[in-house]
Design a protein. Structure first.
Length: 174
């Protein structure tokens, strides 16, 4: 969404953009499949849009499990599951066919952009994603969280909060 916003509106009205586990493009070399995961990504994605509530909730549970290298406590996981379940089947069905205007959005950005990825992300491959983003815009910076999956804001929260605060300070001082 951030990339498409940048493509449509530019970056004049923002101070910067922060991507966390961001999908640069829906391209197979950037979408991960963690070798230690049992769940099949295509199957998980396919049933996320099921009209059957039980099937969809089971898929959301599988998807959320893929988000973490270090699983959150049960209460946090249940809250995340409830939040994820609010996404309509129609919205979930539309995601795989979305277009991302990476060249127009990231390529044309002049404001600071920071990409934060968990090195153990089971959904997005950090290295090819970072490489693609930097090929589009050499000013983009990135940081890898060695112990995190797709959710470094939970898995390495203290470091993430420091990085976020530093980025906000940087972009608001310009």
């Amino acid at each position: 969404m951030i990339t498409n916003y940048l493509a449509a509106y530019g970056d004049d009205n923002i101070a910067g953009a922060l991507y966390v586990g961001g999908v640069i493009e829906l391209h197979p070399d950037q979408i991960a499949s963690h070798p230690d995961q049992i769940a099949s990504h295509p199957e998980v994605y396919r049933v996320l849009s099921s009209p059957d509530l039980r099937t969809r909730l089971d898929a959301e549970r599988s998807f959320l499990s893929l988000c973490f290298e270090m699983q959150p406590d049960i209460v946090t996981f249940q809250r995340l599951l409830a939040n994820a379940a609010l996404a309509s089947p129609e919205m979930q069905a539309a995601v795989p066919s979305m277009t991302i205007s990476a060249a127009e959005g990231l390529g044309a950005a002049h404001k600071p952009i920071l990409l934060l990825y968990g090195a153990r992300d089971a959904l997005v491959r950090p290295e090819p994603s970072i490489a693609r983003a930097m090929a589009l815009n050499s000013r983009i910076r990135s940081t890898l969280y060695a112990e995190s999956g797709h959710a470094p804001f939970l898995e390495e929260a203290e470091r993430f909060n420091l990085d976020l605060a530093a980025f906000v300070d940087e972009v608001t001082q310009h």
